[in-house]
Design a protein around this ligand. Structure first.
Ligand code: BES
Ligand code: ZN
Ligand code: ZN
Length: 520
């Protein structure tokens, strides 16, 4: 029996129970199929060795007269949550079958973790199974829904993503398909959500000499091309930005040779074209050197992802368009580099934002708030029902929460509820942060201007003073600022994302927009 388990190069096996021989050598190595199946943990009171296969796994087991469960018991201890085991030669259609541990059945929403544990377990397990099969160069994988086809699809597509565009040797491209479930709608939705996050990951991971402001705008334009019936795009050039008197944005872009772009996207998904839109604004610094307040060179390369706000906002609009969400969305992304040069803004310079407020730029590395200030002022012309801006804004946010959750600073309990609900579903969490006058005082006390771009107690409460600064450019009653600096990249904290730029919180933004769409 154990011969089924041996990781062997000889790809032949004999299926004993149904007495039908098959020879896998007929199958091209390159187009071998794999299967991912789930198994839940046994309940505490149950005997060791009790197996709780998912519906699809039980069906597969039955078709093999119990061979799978027999091998699972023989091959070692019960599979813990997120752990997987591969069986070879079990079935003629699937030379490799990965069985993955799903943890407790029906774990559901956990109030302390602020996420749905069942969904997270499925994402983690399916991702691990798919990656194991990808490493075995399996090119097509069928996936058990594990009771939640959307989460399974998300785990598969997020787990398989790997940025190797610029390498000669690439990982195996794996196509995925739902196995043993009728929930094709849930599966397809999960694929679209995860592909949205992967688009943001791609933009964030790509080097800054590839994703310039111009290249960023072109990529998004191409991604939105299939949805031209519902989408309008404006790639506003420098002359337009000047006409708009966006002096804060221009003060950042002027240190670079790369021209800035103000990207404006309109997705008209609501049957009521007059419905006030959701306004999404994303920080689009395609490289943040710090400017004249130059950053230390160690880890400066990570600042190619300082357009993570723009990437997640634009990717979520591409996703909303793919899903045909019945909601109107306007997306704004001020895109530029923050570079030092003879033309760059100097510490102590005073610049004027679109709303006429003057800003003393004491630190040119606090540039995100400058470009967002002008974008927020401009965004009010669309009379939005809510404004959500997203930015890799402060290192202090990473210090506060790390990569567990994005910080949300908002003037609206309603908006907080909507964002929080969405994040519980996606597992890409948010956590509320304060917008006290205490912090406002620290940015409005400026020697030369109305505002200073850094808090007067320098590093203390850095994420909060940055948020207080942005608030000075908002008049709308429903505004939220998401500081995503802490969730920008992944080492191994989110098990279903490989190491690299995370594309977080794209799925939460999509789920939030879907919530607005369905609540009218
Ligand atoms: N882009 C950075 C913030 C950042 C840091 C994002 C680490 C992701 C990871 C931002 O522009 C910045 O440099 N902020 C300064 C502000 C300070 C000068 C007040 C910071 O956080 O140090
Ligand atoms: Zn900076
Ligand atoms: Zn920055």
């Amino acid at each position: 029996m154990t011969m089924f388990l041996v990781r062997t190069a000889a790809r032949t096996a004999v299926r004993t129970n149904s007495c039908r021989s098959f020879c896998v050598s007929h199958t091209q190595l390159s187009d071998r199929k794999g299967l991912v199946l789930g198994v839940f943990e046994k309940k505490e009171e149950e005997d060791e060795g009790t197996l709780h296969l998912t519906e699809a796994a039980a069906g597969f087991d039955k078709s093999l007269s119990g061979k799978l469960s027999e091998l699972l018991k023989l091959s070692g201890p019960a599979l813990k949550n997120g752990k997987s085991r591969v069986f070879y030669g079990l079935h003629k259609d699937f030379p490799c079958v990965a069985v993955v541990g799903l943890g407790k059945n029906n774990a559901g929403v956990c109030r302390t973790e602020n996420w749905d544990t069942s969904k997270e377990n499925i994402r983690q397990a399916v991702s691990a199974g798919c990656r194991l099969l990808q490493d075995l160069e399996v090119s097509h994988v069928e996936v058990d829904s594990c009771g939640d086809a959307q989460s399974a699809a998300e785990g598969a597509v997020l787990g398989l993503f790997h940025y190797d565009q610029l390498k000669s040797k690439k990982k195996t491209k794996v196509t995925t398909q739902l196995h043993g479930s009728a929930d094709v709608v849930g599966w397809e939705k999960g694929i679209v959500y995860a592909e949205g996050q992967n688009l943001a990951r791609l933009l964030m991971e790509a080097p800054a000499n590839h994703i310039t402001p111009t290249a960023f705008a072109k990529t998004i334009e191409e991604k939105l091309a299939p949805h031209a019936d519902r989408v309008t795009i404006h790639k506003r050039p420098q002359a337009w930005i000047e006409e708009q008197q966006m002096g804060a944005f221009l003060s950042v872009s002027k240190g670079s040779e790369e021209p800035p772009v103000f990207l404006e996207l309109h997705y008209n998904g609501s049957p009521d074209s007059k419905q006030p839109p959701l306004l999404l604004v994303g920080k689009g610094i395609t490289f943040d050197s710090g400017g004249i307040s130059l950053k230390p060179s160690a880890s400066m390369d990570a600042m190619r992802a300082d357009m993570g706000g723009a990437a997640t906002v634009c990717a979520s609009i591409v996703t909303a368009a793919s899903l045909k969400l019945p909601v109107n969305i306007v997306g704004l992304a001020p895109l530029c580099e923050n570079m030092p040069s003879g033309k760059a803004t100097k510490p102590g310079d005073v610049v004027k934002a679109k709303n006429g407020k003057t800003i003393q730029v004491d630190n040119t590395d606090a540039e995100g708030r400058l470009i967002l200030a002008d974008a927020l002022c401009y965004g009010h012309v669309f009379n939005p029902r809510a404004i959500v801006n997203v930015a890799t804004l402060t290192g202090a946010m990473d210090v506060a929460l790390g990569s567990a959750a994005a910080g949300v600073f908002t003037n609206s309990d309603w908006l907080w509820e909507q964002l929080h609900r969405a994040s519980v579903v996606t597992g890409d969490r948010v956590w509320r942060m304060p917008l006290f006058q205490h912090y406002t005082k620290q940015v409005t006390d400026s020697q030369l201007a109305d505002l200073n771009n850094i808090g007067k107690y320098s590093r203390s409460g850095g994420a909060c003073t940055a948020a207080a600064f942005l608030r000075e450019f908002v008049k709308a009653p429903h505004w939220a600022h998401l500081d995503i600096a802490g969730v920008m990249s992944n080492k191994d904290e989110v098990p279903y994302l490989r190491k690299g730029m995370s594309g977080r919180p794209t799925r939460t933004l999509v789920e939030f927009a879907a919530g607005l769409a369905h609540n009218g």
